[in-house]
Design a protein around this ligand. Structure first.
Ligand code: C2G
Length: 129
């Protein structure tokens, strides 16, 4: 079984998130999503609208997602890839080259980001409603 892993905040789920989850799943048979904890989000300088539990609950309902784990820090990726036997690591290409250190542990794939949609855009657009 070919296992794929990806990481993110996934706040206010939108088609950009769905597109990457769909394409990540197409690269294997089993998709693990490591969703950022509220504490790690703060480290990333992000304040998500939905709590970790809500974002996890929503992700678990998406048909492309087989398992959701918590992302607590920047350093856990190597141990996650090993612990979960991930064959492929996937991120949007806004992260291009940033995770190439994983190449000795698994395949590293950066997929094109979906244009004109982001959690920030949603929040800003709603402010101007
Ligand atoms: N994404 C995308 N297209 C968009 C928006 C997001 O393809 N329009 C992708 C991102 O490239 C990322 C994933 O969706 O691969 C999740 O995006 P975010 O929730 O913004 O996650 P991020 O803050 O980039 O956190 O350790 C890695 C970090 O946790 C990544």
């Amino acid at each position: 079984m070919k296992k794929v892993i990806t990481y993110g905040t996934f706040d206010l789920i939108h088609r950009g998130h769905i597109n990457i989850l769909k394409r990540a799943k197409e690269l294997g048979d089993y998709l693990i999503v490591a969703v950022s904890s509220d504490e790690f989000n703060e480290l990333k300088g992000k304040k998500s609208y939905y709590t970790f539990e809500e974002r996890k609950y929503i992700l678990e309902s998406i048909k492309y997602v087989d398992q959701v784990i918590k992302e607590d820090n920047w350093e856990q990726k190597i141990s996650d890839v090993t612990k979960y036997n991930a064959d492929v690591f996937v991120m949007g290409d806004d992260w291009k080259d940033k995770f190439d250190f994983l190449k000795e542990y698994c395949e590293v794939v950066y997929l094109t980001r979906t244009e004109n949609i982001s959690t920030t855009k949603i929040k800003n657009d709603l402010k101007n409603v």
